[in-house]
Design a protein around this ligand. Structure first.
Ligand code: PLP
Length: 371
């Protein structure tokens, strides 16, 4: 069986470096907020091209911390998409703010800027004022920030980039995470940069904001033992920071390998009934996921399974249709018809840097046979 994702292969590929990093932390006697985290924050900030990175417990907390650091909470509405990991919406509610979910552009699966413009110009009645937008760079592809960012500026909303699936993705040659007022990352094991456990980070340009988010992640302490505001406990521990430091130098070549595998799939799928993903012009897609689309999705998925090929659906149920949100979460005036249609038709193929050429050939042969 070729799995859709394979974090264990990611560990085995770098086992000597990772084992050395873990052993280094274990014998150091320092396990929380130490030199490994400080070094990782500096190295990851330099890699993205931002002045400051603040490590935290996971990608969900990263979004909540970024929003809180920017002053977003009760009495604010935050616009995002329904076609995302539920974490994006969960994080908004963690701050006490009200999420407002809008539809996607059906070609690229990221936020529809027209839908954003409509809710900003004419906010739905009864909601608190819109103060923030969380744009998700879904599947590894930058959202349409050329249109989203000016809308945010015009209407006085802060922009948070959810980069949980897009470490290293580029827009006009510039890495995502450098465009908004803050950007958030997850290091969940299957992400392009994955820890061997939970981890997350916020990237910011403003030093005062970095300081505030650093305090919020640890009980609101600016100084030890003195909480100036109520914070949380959400720290990236030394073991995970050391693992991420070991893996970061390989991330660019791993992203290139993902893109090469994606290219092989696209060459097979071109013109067939299983549609390959489409890339927005002048973007560097990092293919966290390779998401195809077909009206016969379930048949294709079953056929691939029979051929020993694992697939995934990201995501099968839009956030606004999930039991915890159904009938409760606010939607834009047009609803999310493209999101609902996509959820029935999308299918993620196996994609991780350690996929061997022979395995890629196996997947391609199975795709040819099915389409
Ligand atoms: C994975 C993910 C998150 C949440 O990250 P965790 O580390 O699992 O909390 C948030 N947003 C998106 C788009 C994700 O893919």
């Amino acid at each position: 069986m070729i799995p859709q994702a394979n974090p264990g292969a990611g560990y085995r590929a770098l086992k000597p470096e990772i084992d050395e990093a873990v052993a280094r932390v274990l014998s150091s006697g320092w396990y929380i907020l130490g030199n490994e985290l400080r070094a990782f924050e500096a190295e990851f900030a330099a890699w993205i091209g931002v002045p400051a990175v603040i490590g935290c417990g996971n990608g969900t907390d990263a979004i909540a911390l970024a929003l809180r650091g920017l002053g977003i909470g009760p009495g604010c509405t935050v616009v995002t998409v329904s076609h995302t990991a539920v974490a994006t919406v969960s994080a908004i509610e963690m701050t006490g703010a009200t999420p407002l979910l809008i539809d996607i552009d059906p070609v690229h699966y990221t936020m529809d800027p027209d839908a954003l413009g409509r809710v900003l110009r004419d906010p739905p009645f009864g909601l608190p004022p819109i103060k923030a937008v969380v744009a998700v760079h879904l599947y590894g592809q930058p959202a349409d920030l050329d249109r989203i960012l000016p809308l945010c500026r015009t209407f006085g909303a802060v922009l948070i980039e959810d980069c949980a699936q897009a470490h290293g993705a580029r827009l006009h040659g510039q890495r995502v995470g450098t465009f908004g007022d803050a950007a958030t990352f997850s290091f969940y094991p299957t992400k392009n940069l994955g820890a061997l456990g939970d981890g997350g980070a916020v990237a910011v340009s403003d030093a005062a904001l970095a300081e505030r988010i650093g305090a919020l992640r640890q009980y609101g302490w600016h100084k030890h033992y003195i909480s100036e505001e109520t914070g949380v406990n959400s720290r990236l521990d030394e073991v995970q920071a050391a693992i991420l430091r070991a893996k970061l130098p390989y991330l660019d070549s791993q992203n290139a390998r993902r893109a090469a595998i994606a290219g092989a799939y696209t060459a097979v799928l071109a013109g067939g009934r299983l549609h390959p993903p489409r890339q927005r012009a002048d973007t560097g897609h990092v293919f966290h996921l390779y998401v195809t689309r077909s009206a016969e999705r379930d048949r294709v998925q079953a056929g691939l399974k029979a051929a020993g090929i694992g697939t995934g659906i990201h995501y099968p149920v839009p956030v606004h249709l999930q039991p915890a949100y159904l009938g409760r979460v606010a939607l834009g005036p047009d609803g999310c018809p493209e999101t609902e249609r996509a959820a029935k038709e999308i299918l993620s193929l196996p994609l991780y840097p350690e996929l061997k050429p022979a395995e890629v050939d196996t997947v391609c042969a199975a795709l040819k046979a099915i389409i």
